[in-house]
Design a protein. Structure first.
Length: 315
């Protein structure tokens, strides 16, 4: 059973009631509870549609962070064929928060780069919860340069709360690495398609998302700082994260209006975590569409389009 979020409490109660009825029927084979279960399931389905049809920005932030949402490895398994991971930045080490390599999407050879948060405690620690250190961004730069050398389009999948904020990262040049990764995106002479699939946090996200086309899942978030961080700065407490989320325009619908993203990718009813297979298929199809549209453009046009896009934000 899917893990329910705080705002889904009424839905969780209905699901528990349905599960209880089914257990009772299993224990006592003479009971016919199909009609009641069907009635409750219909009610639960409607409640889910209604709930997700009017999520607040803060609720969307919670959905974007749901531990059961698909991760980078799931997207790669779902729509990237023949994926071969390439490790290391050739300067310090291999950062597991950013994974990248060669593969094919809809038959087209590509370089895929993305954040991996991990799906359980051990893997989250190994991937540092998707928060990259400088060597992660330098690995991304190396892979983008490799892509340009061989004329391969680049696809980035963004899902991070932000770059790792530790002292060791700062000592190794975190700000410089993020800036150079963003610069590499902007100067790339091949098509670059980015997708915000969960959290798009701060410079750690922009470093992989300064793309020709920026896609965003319906319930993902993208912001310069987390709602909790903004709340702590503005009101000296993280308790007003909901107010901060409302003010920051972090949702896909808001960002599409502002021109920060180009396309919203639909999620299954109840979020990507409720039907990962459908969510992954939707994103794969959208990425393939964008790659097809960008394929005819030459290097100069791609670079000019990308720079113009970002310079026009906020004008």
């Amino acid at each position: 059973m899917v893990a329910f979020l705080d705002f889904e409490k009424p839905l969780a109660e209905l699901a528990a009631r349905i599960a209880e009825l089914r257990e009772t029927a299993d224990a006592n084979g003479t009971l016919d509870i199909d009609t009641e279960v069907s009635r409750l399931q219909t009610r639960a389905d409607k409640m889910l549609r209604d709930l997700y049809g009017k999520l607040t920005p803060w609720q969307k932030a919670q959905v974007a962070r749901h531990q059961e949402r698909p991760h980078l490895k799931d997207y790669i398994a779902g729509f990237v064929q023949d994926f071969t991971a390439l490790a290391g930045d050739r300067a310090f080490g291999d950062d597991q928060a950013i994974i990248g390599g060669l593969g094919r999407i809809a038959g087209r050879r590509v370089v895929v780069i993305g954040h991996e948060k991990g799906e359980d405690t051990a893997s989250r620690i190994r991937h540092n919860f998707g928060m990259a250190k400088p060597e992660g961004y330098r690995k991304a730069i190396r892979l983008m340069e490799l892509a340009e050398r061989f004329g391969l389009p680049v696809v980035t999948l963004v899902d991070t709360a932000g770059a790792f904020p530790g002292v060791q990262a700062e000592e190794r040049g975190q700000a410089e690495a993020i800036a150079r990764s963003t610069e590499a995106c902007l100067n790339l002479g091949v098509p670059l398609v980015a997708a915000i699939v969960g959290e798009g946090g701060s410079g750690g996200a922009v470093a992989l998302a300064a793309a020709n086309r920026v896609l965003m899942f319906e319930h993902a978030i993208y912001s310069v700082i987390s709602p909790e961080g903004a709340s702590s700065i503005l009101w000296r407490t993280a308790d007003r994260a909901s107010d901060a989320a409302d003010a920051m325009k972090i949702t896909a619908a808001d960002l599409k209006k502002l021109g920060v993203i180009d396309r919203i990718v639909a999620e299954p009813v109840g979020g990507a975590h409720r039907d990962p297979t459908l969510a992954i298929a939707n994103l794969g199809a959208a990425v393939a569409d964008e790659l097809d549209a960008l394929a005819p453009l030459d290097r100069a046009t791609l670079i000019d389009q990308r720079r113009t896009k970002f310079l026009n934000i906020g004008v």
